[in-house]
Design a binder for this molecule. Structure first.
Ligand code: ADP
Ligand code: ZN
Ligand code: ZN
Length: 733
């Protein structure tokens, strides 16, 4: 053994904030840091990950247990990634073993071999190079064809590739091999994406070229760059050009996108433009596919890795650049378990790797803009829409006292007709799925409520059902009011299904696609609907915020927000920021190609300052005002927050636990502890929820408090009676 360390520090997949010490096995090869081991843990056997080797332990040696099996002699997690995860575990105060479990593909967690699976591939042998395929053609046409293919191919070809287009050629391959004309070898399976057709890059405009130069100039250093540009301003083209430079330097790019942004179109755009294979990581992969993509990233077979949130933990053999697209998108933050922000961790990772990171957005988060202001991030702007498309025009339709047909005002219907007559598409946003958010008894005023949540049941028209959107409770609409037995139960308020019905009546000859979570449940259903929209199969697209994100719909010239009031009066301090982002994003869908677009906003509050500033002065000015307000109120990004949440079946228990937790903390003078207070929706899925908010101007103080406090929470008397969790930098308070 090269070193004489006798103890391995192991992270086990269990809710503990510390590592466990194990003796090294005597008979096995020694474990390595970053490699997996099988260890006894309580009465179980678990797959743990070695994070360090040492000779020191506070525990009596004879009480230590030994590693049972060493699963890896080489690390599955490179040192850089292991350290990042250790850092993240400390920063988010989440058990290290469970952080590691989030990062590792499930097959590796379950102890599968860390080597990629192999497939048989064939290439031409020296003896086969000069054989004339034609001479074989009559006697053995298949062998002739194969010989030809392999003679012309620069790289080995797999059975699957051959079989696909040419039938089953296994027998012919064997015979050619027996003659010594071709040779077989085994190659790892990676499931990489690559395209054989190339599309040409457009000539970049001045702002784009400047942005690309700024990124490529930073390739050997850490630098965080905000690439700010409206939808259609050509951000993706900037990424592509920067990635070319990274490829030329022989290094890898990691591109993170929001869940909904990772579409086949995006992947196709990247593969057709870049002469390099691409690994894709997202939640819809099978375990095997995920492992293959992970290997391809980790050993460098994939020069480009595109993925959603958890891809921030993809291993990279030769990291060169990280890009986070739509950096403001909340789906980049995990909202349960290990509550990390993939954007923030990507920045941390880039700094540790000493490589640049590009954060792209039309509507950057206030956190990121604040970092720009403090000089931590450099800002790059794409001020215009690429390809000359004009910025859409905003119109506010004051609907006070006006007749509305299922939420649609007369003027909106007229605009819609005008755009349809011109042969264009219209996109209507209503951020509420279902038919109506309330079912009311006209006799007595009874309202259908969820018995497990503090929420109304949503009326869904197909099948006449009421559903809870928080706990998935679902039942048929009662025939009579359960309170007064009256028969007159009425849907109240607007959902997408209701507006859909109204639109079909008002515009019977226009094709309509409703796009919300209900209409896109099946795998690929969202994609299929968006593709149909792109092909022009529908003129009216109606949907929830899903529609606001990322798709190129060149024929859309009218965007309408049916009910802006919904977004103007949120309770969370981030509600204005979210509304502004949604408005600007959805407005960006209008008029992307040659035609001028218009954005209609229906509201009962036309003078609302948030609306006024957004449509007259734009997102940038909005952000400045919003930052000022946050500063005055000592809210993030001018302070740091953490939230301790607790829930239980009894109403009091979470409060008692949180009060105990609060009493057990020793906060520095600068830290305020607010609560315990009920959560915004106190009862959900039958559990009562409460929270304690920690806030301070000094992140370090908060971290110091949490470091001491969180590991001891489990020992509180009430801890076993609640489910609790810590959320550092929470997005919802
Ligand atoms: P974003 O990512 O900011 O939404 P894209 O990069 O997708 O913008 O560009 C929007 C559209 O404009 C795409 O169809 C793209 O091919 C085109 N485009 C981008 N840059 C240019 C350019 N410099 N010249 C011509 N077309 C461009
Ligand atoms: Zn009633
Ligand atoms: Zn419910």
């Amino acid at each position: 053994m090269a070193n004489c360390d006798a103890i391995a520090q192991v992270a086990v997949p269990a809710p503990f904030h510390h590592l466990f010490d194990y003796l090294l096995p005597t008979a096995e090869p020694p474990p390595c840091v970053g490699g997996r081991v099988l260890v006894p843990f309580g009465k179980r056997r678990v797959v743990g990950l070695v994070t360090g080797l040492t000779n020191e332990t506070p525990i009596e040696r004879r009480r230590l247990r030994a590693i049972e099996t060493v699963l890896d002699t080489r690390p599955v997690l490179p040192e850089e990634l292991l350290k990042l995860l250790l850092w993240a575990s400390r920063y988010y105060h989440y058990p290290i073993g469970e952080c590691l479990a989030t990062a590792l593909p499930s097959l590796l967690r379950r102890g599968r071999p860390a080597e990629p699976a192999l497939e048989r591939v064939w290439r031409i042998a020296p003896a086969g190079q000069t054989i004339a395929a034609n001479a074989l053609r009559r006697r053995a046409p298949r062998q002739a064809r194969l010989l030809e293919i392999l003679q012309q191919s620069a790289r080995p070809i797999g059975c699957a590739e051959l079989t696909d287009s040419n039938g089953d050629w296994r027998g012919a391959l064997e015979r050619l091999a027996a003659r010594g004309w071709i040779a077989a070898s085994d190659r790892p399976v990676y499931a990489l994406r690559r395209s054989h057709t190339r599309t040409a890059a457009p000539t970049l405009n001045l702002a784009q070229s400047k942005a690309v130069r700024a990124i490529t100039a930073a390739l050997n250093n850490f630098q965080a760059l905000l690439l700010e540009g409206v939808t259609g301003s050509g951000k993706t083209e900037v990424y592509l050009a920067a990635i070319e430079a990274v490829l030329a330097a022989g290094r890898q790019t990691l591109l993170l996108v929001p869940e909904i942004g990772l579409t086949p179109q995006l992947v196709a755009r990247f593969t057709s433009r870049l002469d390099a294979p691409l690994a894709v990581l997202h939640s819809g992969l099978s375990d095997t596919e995920r492992l293959e993509a992970w290997h391809a990233a980790g050993n460098g077979a994939a020069p480009i890795v595109i993925g959603t949130r958890s891809a921030v933990f993809a291993p990279l053999a030769r990291p060169g650049l990280i890009v986070v697209d739509e950096e403001h998108d909340t789906s980049l933050k995990q909202q349960d378990g290990f509550r990390y922000s993939a954007r923030d961790l990507a920045v941390v990772r880039a700094r540790r790797l000493n490589i640049p990171i590009v954060l792209g957005s039309a509507t950057p988060s206030l956190e990121t803009l604040y970092n720009v202001r403090r000089g931590r991030y450099r800002q790059l702007r794409l001020p215009q829409r690429a390809g000359g498309a004009a910025t859409p025009e905003f119109r506010i339709f004051d609907v006070r006292g006006k007749p509305l047909r299922e939420g649609l005002s007369q003027p909106l219907q007229q605009r819609l007709q005008t755009h349809l007559d011109a042969g264009r598409q219209a996109l209507l946003l209503l951020n509420r799925r279902g038919f109506a958010p309330t079912l009311l008894c006209h006799e007595c005023g009874w309202i259908a409520l969820c018995h497990r949540c503090d929420a109304r049941l949503i009326y869904h028209h197909p099948g006449k059902r009421v559903r809870c959107h928080h706990c998935n409770y679902d039942r048929p609409v009662p025939a009579h009011c359960p309170h007064c037995a009256g028969p007159d139960l009425r849907p109240l308020g607007l959902g997408t299904q209701r507006v859909e019905a109204a639109l079909r009546l008002a515009f019977p000859s226009a094709g309509l696609l409703r796009i919300d979570r209900d209409s896109t449940r099946g795998k690929g259903a969202f994609e299929a609907r968006m593709a149909a929209a792109q092909r022009g199969e529908a003129q009216i697209l109606l949907g929830t915020q899903m529609l606001a994100k990322g798709h190129h719909l060149p024929e859309v010239t009218l965007v309408a927000i049916i009910d802006a009031d919904q977004g103007l009066f949120g309770s969370d301090f981030r509600a204005p920021e979210r509304f502004a982002q949604l408005l600007i994003q959805v407005a960006g869908r209008a008029g992307r190609a040659a035609h001028l677009g218009e954005v209609v906003i229906q509201t009962h509050h036309p003078e609302h300052p948030l609306l006024q500033i957004l449509i007259h002065r734009g997102y940038k000015d909005f952000a400045e005002v919003a930052l000022k307000e946050r500063e005055q109120a000592h809210l993030p990004p001018f302070s740091a927050m953490a939230l301790l949440r607790a829930e239980a079946h009894e109403a009091d228990t979470p409060h008692v636990f949180l009060a105990q937790a609060k009493a057990s903390a020793q906060p520095a003078p600068g830290i305020t502890m607010l609560g315990p207070v009920p959560a915004p929706m106190e009862r959900r899925a039958g559990r009562y929820r409460a929270q304690l908010l920690l806030q301070t101007a000094h992140r370090d103080e908060l971290q110091a408090l949490l470091r001491n406090w969180v590991p001891r929470l489990a020992e509180l008397e009430q801890a076993r009676r609640v489910r609790w969790s810590v959320d550092v930098d929470p997005l919802e308070t």
